[in-house]
Design a protein around this ligand. Structure first.
Ligand code: IMP
Ligand code: MG
Length: 191
């Protein structure tokens, strides 16, 4: 049976501990609360990677707010997106009077977040900002910068705290670098 100990064996190095993430989210939440005070804020997470992030971040934002979800699917192998982004699940939301903050686990090439943002604008959203837990700037292919960033990260493939490899490791409580041996021969295509 898979246990946290065996998952942990696949991690080369821990980059962000639970404590460090908690501290950073408290600061990020306070900043967001200040910026959106008095407004109708909707936190919208990209599934599945943004699930842990939204769960913790929303409790650090002491405003009346809505949460919602959108599920993109990008095709490619388990460590690279191909650039083709479809929407598997679109939120049923009336955007009138609402300010949207899109949350994702990581900004990598930028294709996913840019495409999701464009699609939401086409559906009538006029006030969209973005917030990512991690920014892997060195990998950017399309022009997009997040309005809020948790941490900057070098070009390593990381897992944990919502981030997956082939849909595994999302439940690790910290963020770590996956050992190359774990993904050398695998295939997958989840967001
Ligand atoms: P992008 O479209 O290339 O920016 O890809 C964004 C998506 O790729 C994220 O939402 C993640 O699901 C995934 N991704 C990119 N880098 C990593 C990583 O280092 N670990 C796990 N998933 C990643
Ligand atoms: Mg993913």
């Amino acid at each position: 049976m898979e246990s946290i100990a065996t998952m942990h064996d696949d991690i080369k190095e821990i980059l962000f501990t639970e404590d460090r993430i908690r501290e950073r989210l408290a600061a990020l939440g306070a900043e967001i609360a200040k910026d959106y005070e008095g407004d109708h804020l909707v936190l919208m997470a990209l599934l599945k990677g943004g699930v842990v992030f939204i769960s913790d971040l929303m409790r650090q934002i002491p405003l009346k707010l809505d949460i919602d979800f959108i599920q993109p699917s990008s095709y490619g192998d388990a460590t690279n997106s191909s650039g083709v982004v479809d929407i598997k699940m679109f939120p049923k939301i009336d955007f009138a009077g609402k300010r949207l903050l899109l949350l994702d686990d990581i900004l990598d090439t930028g294709r996913t977040l840019k495409r999701v943002k464009t699609l939401l604008e086409e559906k009538g959203a006029v006030d969209i900002r973005t917030c990512v837990l991690l920014d892997k700037k060195a990998r950017r292919v399309v022009e997009i910068e997040a309005d809020y960033v948790g941490f900057h990260v070098d070009d390593f493939f990381v897992v944990g705290y919502g981030l997956d490899f082939a849909d595994l490791y999302r439940n690790l409580p910290y963020i770590g670098v996956l050992k190359e041996a774990c993904y050398a021969s695998e295939d997958g295509a989840e967001s």
